[in-house]
Design a protein around this ligand. Structure first.
Ligand code: GLN
Length: 476
């Protein structure tokens, strides 16, 4: 069995045919991950005991003749911003270096109830702030496809393990592109579901009105299965939606004839080079499959970066206030006063990017500036959402680039935060609108760097999005 190319179906078939047990598979997958991880630094830690315990439970269910669930025995990796009971969860921050959560995120509970085996926790940008995974307190992640380049961010580790083959599927989080952009940089599938589709309970808050948990996989089908497992209403999350969850993989029939697709003029205006060529080629494939393609306009796009970095930093400054040296693990040792302890703990614990965002967010929320920045940004957010609502009166899906460029070199953008923020230009609009969006690989540049195509659909219409991505994937 080749661990690095396993699929969910292959694991299931192997277990049912008694070719291997879940415990054997977990042991093999843990060994492979430990051996391969030094190449990328994608895993921050493996949780051997938890993985083997869970695998044995799957084997027992199989022995009793029960259906062990849609993810039975499947090796899964989880971004280290999603809490796991008894397993250290750091958010790639010094501040949470020794934090062991007392509970599991809802997505984790569902994943294990479906038989999934969590191998370990993956590296990311500190508190999910970044586009390159270079803001981790525990070292950068290397792109498995091109080791001198970034894997994208902030869920760089979760994309890398799937590309590298050290997990079959993984969970990441996406606030402004952190699943889609690393998926496109590493050549894997990444889904940002509708806001509210997947419970955020146990996802460490960055910008609560934008945060999503989303799956990575090597195929659309595997990503669809994982999404189906983690989706659904959760009483622990007031923003989680009651909408019924379709059987996504049952809809992947390759038939996309007659679907209407929109290509946003504003996105294509600045897109150049091979990223443009590969996207347009993919659109041609969709046309050949029977889709109708037309140009559409999303006029508020120009304001998206400014709008996102006001709302996201405002929410972040508020969410990160809880890390004060009192409630979570790290506390500066030397401070003589209470306020000194707050200041020094936060000063030592947060990395530069988190501090930058806390300052920006505090500024835009301050009395006197609130109306000028935060309130205005909320209005712009409505305009961006309205652009999509208008587009979806004419088309069933929007097809777009994921990133203006493929994976860049490690260090290339670290001294220029604005250049780094601009790499989110095509992903933050979907996040601000709260609609489902995903990245599906659409080829490689001449240098062998993967490029992704983004597909966006109406609220709660993940089915159409996945159908399109799957039909496209079948042509490769
Ligand atoms: N790069 C964006 C940011 O730094 C998006 C991050 C994310 O989606 N978590 O905010």
């Amino acid at each position: 069995m080749d661990i690095a190319t396993l699929t969910i179906d292959r694991v299931r078939a192997g277990l049912l045919a008694r070719e291997f047990s879940a415990a054997e598979l977990a042991g093999e997958a843990l060994r492979f991950a430990a051996a391969e991880n030094p190449r990328t630094n994608a895993y921050l830690r493996l949780c051997e005991e938890r993985a083997l315990d869970q695998a044995r439970r799957v084997d027992q269910a199989l022995a009793r003749g029960e259906d062990p669930g849609p993810l039975a025995g499947v090796p899964v990796a989880v971004k280290d911003v999603i809490v796991t009971r008894g397993v250290t969860t750091t958010c790639a921050s010094r501040l949470l270096e020794n934090y062991v959560p007392p509970y599991d995120a809802t997505a984790i509970v569902k994943l294990e109830a479906a038989g999934g085996v969590i191998l370990g926790k993956t590296n990311c940008d500190e508190f999910a702030m970044g586009s390159s995974n270079e803001n981790s307190a525990y070292g950068v992640v290397r792109n498995p496809v091109a080791p001198d380049r970034v894997p994208g961010g902030s869920s760089g580790g979760s994309a890398a393990v799937v590309a590298q083959g050290t997990a079959v599927v993984s969970l990441g989080s996406d606030t402004g592109g952190s699943v889609r952009q690393p998926a496109s940089f590493c050549g894997v599938v990444g889904i940002t579901p509708t806001y509210g589709r997947v419970s955020r309970y146990g996802l460490t808050a960055y910008a609560s009105s934008l945060d999503h948990i989303g799956p990575f996989a090597r195929s659309v089908k595997d990503a669809a299965v994982l999404l189906g497992v983690i989706a659904g209403h959760d009483p622990h999350d007031a923003t989680s939606a009651a909408a019924p969850v379709p059987d996504y993989s049952a809809h992947l029939d390759g038939n996309v004839k007659g679907l209407k697709l929109g290509l946003p003029l504003e996105y294509l205006k600045h897109l150049t080079g091979e990223s443009r060529d590969l996207l347009l080629k993919a659109v041609d494939v969709l046309k050949r499959l029977g889709c109708e393609v037309r140009e559409i306009s999303l006029p508020a796009t120009d304001y998206a970066i400014a709008c996102y970095y006001i709302i996201a930093t405002a929410e972040a400054s508020s969410n990160l206030a809880r890390y004060d040296g009192v409630r979570y693990t790290m506390r500066a040792a030397s401070a003589a006063t209470l306020s000194g302890m707050y200041r020094e703990t936060r000063g030592e614990g947060f990395g530069a990017e988190c501090k930058r965002r806390i300052m920006l967010g505090t500024y835009v929320l301050s009395a006197g500036y609130y109306d000028a920045y935060y309130l205005k940004a909320q209005k712009v957010r409505t305009l961006i959402a309205r652009d999509f609502a208008n587009a979806f009166q004419q088309v069933d899906a929007v097809v777009a680039p994921v990133s203006p460029f493929p994976a860049f070199k490690l260090g290339e953008k670290m001294d220029d935060p604005l250049a780094m923020y601009l790499s989110d230009i095509y992903t933050i609009t979907g996040s601000l609108a709260g609609i489902p969006c995903m990245s599906v690989p659409c080829g490689r540049t001449g240098d062998g760097l993967p490029v992704g195509m983004q597909i966006l659909t109406r609220h709660f219409d993940e089915t159409t999005m996945l159908k399109l991505a799957d039909a496209y994937e079948r042509t490769n």
